[in-house]
Design a protein around this ligand. Structure first.
Ligand code: NAD
Length: 276
């Protein structure tokens, strides 16, 4: 098991929620952190927290969908710290809407941020992680990357894609004998702003859904989530599940196979109002 002291870690979506907690916990464990987000206000808050603990950090506005900017950014992080050991592709957005009423644009937007953002981050930094001799790619999927529910097709597709991409990468790195470990993260409900920031297909009011998420579904703090992720990284786990909800749902899916669909659709229909 290895620690984080002396490592250089990149965290996307570090202006809020899990990303912010990860940046702070990594810094507390002795890592230097490169933080980025599109939300510069949130990023400034993360910077304040990093300053307060005397962390070494670099902070930049970065949109993970902008591939060229991401590639330039990788070079800048390397130039700043001299090496890069870890990337946490964490930035993500939520969306709700049945396929019937979701536009192509809606679906593409979620794929752009939640899937292509992860691909851009992974590919931009992979050569540097290999070069470091001690690299780790950590890609954040979701429990919705383990099973699908009504109203979440776009998000499900993006998060399943992250899982497929990351699980292949882990095998490739091992076969190529590259010094890069790879972990896929599947959080259950985490107390962050994700549901409040959620977009939806035209005509769907997300207020009630966000309230339900905050009150009933989000059970784990972002700090706890960051600790569970870091523990998984230390142990080089292929898959990290966060929260008892994630563990229980994963077990049901594995036990029932495709049978989970009938079981979950009724439950999630009640939990995710505005969808069918
Ligand atoms: N909160 C949960 O319950 C939960 C559950 C499963 C998976 N996740 C995943 O965890 C990750 C972090 O989410 P969170 O819950 O901390 O949400 P959050 O909304 O608190 O934080 C996400 C951050 O990503 C940033 N972001 C959004 N689009 C971006 C872009 N194009 N480029 C750069 N940054 C961008 C946002 O500005 C925000 O600061 C996401 O990938 C999310 O899908 C969250």
């Amino acid at each position: 098991m290895e620690g984080f002291a002396g490592k250089v870690a990149v965290v996307t979506g570090a202006g809020s929620g899990i990303g912010q907690a990860l940046a702070v916990e990594l810094a507390r464990s002795g890592a230097s952190v490169a933080i980025s987000d599109v939300n510069t206000e949130g990023l400034a808050e993360t910077e304040q927290r990093l300053k307060a603990i005397g962390a070494k950090y670099k902070s930049d506005r970065l949109d993970v969908t902008e591939r060229e900017a991401f590639e330039l950014y990788a070079g800048e992080v390397k130039a700043h710290f001299g090496k890069v050991n870890q990337i946490y592709n964490n930035a993500g957005i939520a969306f709700t809407g049945d396929i019937e009423v979701s536009s192509y644009k809606d679906i593409e937007r979620i794929m752009d941020v939640d899937f292509w953002g992860v691909v851009n981050g992974t590919k931009s930094f992979l050569p540097l992680l290999i070069e470091s001799g001690d690299g780790h790619v950590v890609n954040v999927s979701s429990v919705f990357g383990l099973f699908s529910v009504p109203g979440q097709a776009a998000y499900n597709a993006a998060k399943f894609a992250v899982r497929g991409f990351t699980e292949a990468l882990r095998q490739e790195m091992a076969l190529a004998k590259h010094p890069v470990k790879v972990t896929t993260v599947h959080p259950g409900g985490i107390k962050t702003g994700i549901a409040r920031n959620m977009t939806a297909a035209e005509g769907i009011d997300t207020t009630e859904l966000a309230e339900t998420f905050d009150k009933k579904l989000a059970s784990t703090t972002p700090e706890k989530a960051a600790q569970v992720i870091m523990d998984g990284v230390r142990k080089n786990k292929a898959r990290v599940l966060i929260g008892n909800d994630a563990k229980a749902l994963d077990a049901i899916v594995r036990l029932t196979g495709p049978g989970y669909q009938k079981l979950f659709s009724g439950v999630f229909k009640r939990l995710l109002p505005g969808t069918h």
